[in-house]
Design a protein around this ligand. Structure first.
Ligand code: SAM
Length: 233
């Protein structure tokens, strides 16, 4: 059985049983191997754009003896997939902007997809904003700690979001904010420190633009502190 990191294990836990899972940017192919080994996915398609991780995916699938159940394809995003070929999709370990671009370019391949597991390393707000303009809505968010890093995981299903998202919800996820886990509170505290540092640096440059930016950062920090002060549920 493939041993997964806390981040990949949390992603796998979010996956509901499916027929065919596509993992876009599979690299080490660990998630897709775990999904098939646990029986959560009956079969898998690992997609890689770059040669070295493509070969690594092939090797990993062979090592796990999963060649009969996981196909490894080389290509860009959803391009190597057929229309209606997969009912579940994972895109993890890239920036939110890159994941959004992959989903936008491959929109035509998403018709049969019933669940998407998304894990942006950065720019989660960009990705949630992108999803608002698609036929998918975020139905769960999670925060997971893995070594020195804290990651956000996004689970999306077909549907339309009716309630508009606030900037805070775009950044941290509506479901994370409703749940207010201790990890979310830790993440907020870390981000407050980060924005206070940015603010202090801006204070040293005294241009008209930096004053406006400082006011925006003040407002943002106040919003984060409001949630942080509530503590975890
Ligand atoms: C940092 S790794 C993440 C691997 C794995 N998904 C994870 O979460 O651990 C990102 C991988 O995505 C691949 N990648 C980036 N853009 C891609 C694209 N447009 N199509 C397919 N693969 C892509 C890269 O080659 C790299 O192997």
């Amino acid at each position: 059985m493939t041993l997964l990191s806390p981040r990949l294990a949390a992603l796998l836990q979010m996956l509901a049983p499916c027929a065919t899972l596509a993992d876009i940017g599979s690299d080490h192919a660990m998630l897709i191997s775990g999904a098939v080994q646990t029986g959560k996915a009956q079969r898998g398609i690992a997609v890689e754009i770059n040669l070295a991780p493509f070969l690594e995916s092939q090797r990993a699938v062979c090592r796990a003896g999963l060649q009969g159940k996981i196909e490894v394809r080389r290509g860009d995003g959803l391009a190597p997939l057929g229309v209606g070929e997969v009912d579940a999709l994972c895109c993890a370990g890239m920036g939110g902007g890159t994941i959004s671009q992959i989903l936008a370019k491959g929109e035509g391949k998403l018709s049969a997809v019933r669940q998407m597991l998304l894990q942006p390393n950065v720019d989660g707000a960009k990705l949630r904003q992108h999803l608002l303009g698609t036929g998918f809505r975020v139905t769960d968010d999670q925060v997971v700690e893995d070594g020195a890093y804290t990651y956000q995981l996004i689970y999306a299903e077909p549907g339309k979001e009716l309630k508009p998202y606030s900037p805070l919800e775009l950044e941290y996820g509506r479901h994370n904010l409703a749940r207010r886990s201790s990890l979310l509170v830790t993440l907020l505290a870390r981000d407050i420190l980060h924005w206070n540092k940015v603010r202090a640096e801006l204070k040293r440059s005294n241009t008209e633009g930096s004053e406006l930016r400082r006011r925006q950062i003040d407002e943002w920090i106040a919003q984060l502190e409001e949630v942080e002060k509530l503590g975890h549920c």
